[in-house]
Design a protein around this ligand. Structure first.
Ligand code: ATP
Ligand code: LTN
Length: 333
């Protein structure tokens, strides 16, 4: 039996270098492993937990699909779909609300961080992890490849699943595990290197987007906040340089020791230029593929992928939902 892999990203804008190194790049690696059956989706139901303009949301959903493909996700090897096309996500989300405690949701760091930025905090933002649990449990995922920031959401998913199983004395849900790659698990903001790089950061200087040009990337990295020591050294008290070393290491596959040695006489200027070049080189082919996918003649192809993906997902999700409904006491008449 193949192990089931599932993950998703919210269509809240252009993906960042953090999304790529922390999540997407690992998905692309896993898809070639015969031992795994992978499903990747666009978490568009999650996106409305913060306000969205309809036109922007529409464009972002399609754009995330194109970014998945441009990064190398293969629609022949994986199931790629849009969350809102599979109604079981919202339905199981509702059911699971009744097996989740207010107290445990109140402890979620993502909720605490994001609610600080909203004036009228939406119930959906609070409830976000329950919908995420539904996403994962519908497909009996063994592993969920995400960045470090999502670990807490996988833990609550496990708690909900275990609670449900023991209440109904049946292994209805598979207990999932996070799948996190150590050194790229958390790419930090270029402007506030103690905060994670995020696509919704208001300060665009803080984030490298997958579609940023070489000039923009170079400018952003040159402006990245560092310290006054001017020595390329990996240390917790140098969060800016530590982050740039992590990025350079992830992009070039060099170890931290090799990087410290390579730049021991360089100072920050030369190091930053090398990081910028490496990042731009990494993103260039992705951008070329994206531009090709964005041509109107590829619209149908993209729609077809989503349609096919949703059909496969629906088939699996509907069976799991039925099992859950029966356990609770529905579907008897
Ligand atoms: P938003 O700003 O809209 O909240 P985000 O950029 O924080 O979005 P998500 O859509 O929440 O990103 O995350 C998508 C995936 O990318 C998740 O698996 C998440 O763990 C991973 N990820 C996000 N930011 C980073 C980061 N800075 N470093 C490593 N992984 C990240
Ligand atoms: N919360 C995730 C996106 C997401 C997700 C999922 C990831 C929604 N549902 C299920 C993995 C599995 C995030 O990255 N912010």
């Amino acid at each position: 039996m193949k192990k089931q892999i599932l993950s998703g990203i919210q269509p809240s804008g252009i993906l960042t270098l953090g999304n790529y190194l922390g999540a997407l790049r690992n998905w692309v690696k896993i898809q070639d492993d015969e031992n795994y059956d992978c499903k990747f989706f666009v978490a568009d139901l999650h996106a409305i937990t913060v306000s969205q303009d309809p036109e922007t949301l529409r464009n972002n959903i399609k754009s995330i699909i194109m970014q998945y493909l441009a990064c190398g996700l293969d629609a022949e090897k994986n199931t790629i779909f849009i969350q809102s096309h599979v109604h079981e996500h919202a339905e199981l989300g509702w059911l699971l609300n009744n097996y989740t405690y207010m107290g445990e949701l109140s402890r979620m760091t993502q909720f605490k961080d994001k609610s600080k930025k909203q004036e009228n905090v939406k119930v959906g933002l609070f409830d976000y992890p329950v919908l995420m649990a539904a996403d994962i449990l519908l497909y009996s995922a063994d592993f969920v490849p995400v960045g470090q920031d999502q670990k807490q959401h996988i833990e609550i998913t496990r708690d909900i699943a275990q609670r449900f199983n023991s209440l109904y004395k049946k292994e209805i849900f598979k207990i999932p595990e996070p799948f996190i790659t150590a050194n790229t698990a958390k790419i930090m903001s270029l402007q506030e290197p103690t905060k994670k790089m995020s696509k919704s950061d208001e300060n665009k200087e803080a984030t490298i987007f997958l579609l940023d040009s070489r000039e923009v990337i170079t400018k952003k990295i040159k402006k990245a906040v560092t310290d006054s020591e001017n020595v390329v050294r990996y240390s917790d008290d140098k969060p800016g340089i530590k982050n740039l070393i992590n990025i350079y290491s992830a992009v070039t596959d060099k170890t931290v020791a090799e990087i410290e040695e390579e730049f021991k006489d360089s100072g920050y200027g030369k190091f930053k230029q090398a990081v910028a070049d490496a990042v731009a080189d990494l993103l260039e082919p992705i951008q070329a593929k994206y531009a090709e996918l964005a041509l109107p003649e590829n619209d149908e192809y993209i729609k077809e992928i989503c349609k096919k993906g949703a059909a496969v997902a629906h088939e699996i999700a509907s069976k799991k939902l039925k099992e859950v409904q029966e356990a609770i006491g529905y579907r008897t008449i």
